[in-house]
Write a protein of this length. Structure first.
Length: 81
């Protein structure tokens, strides 16, 4: 397994035991939602550290991860908060 796969696996396992606010909230996947409006929700999340670790390693193609916006690398906005 790669580091990104390992980090994602740890995050998904932790999400099975908790109910993170982002799980059923479209604001975390919509590109027009400013990440700064979601930071407080992310920082209070029980899986914040695992989410941050995964995002730092994998550089997701989109969404808000640990309070940071990730957009397709072709769009040039990776990791903006």
């Amino acid at each position: 397994m790669t580091r990104g796969t390992d980090a994602f696996s740890r995050l998904m396992t932790a999400m099975e035991d908790t109910d993170p606010a982002c799980q059923d909230d479209d604001r975390f996947v919509l590109d027009d939602q400013p990440a700064h409006t979601l930071v407080q929700i992310c920082r209070a999340c029980p899986v914040f550290d695992l989410c941050k670790e995964y995002a730092a390693i994998a550089k997701p193609a989109g969404g808000v991860w640990a309070g940071r916006r990730y957009v397709n690398a072709r769009g040039g906005r990776e990791g903006q908060s």
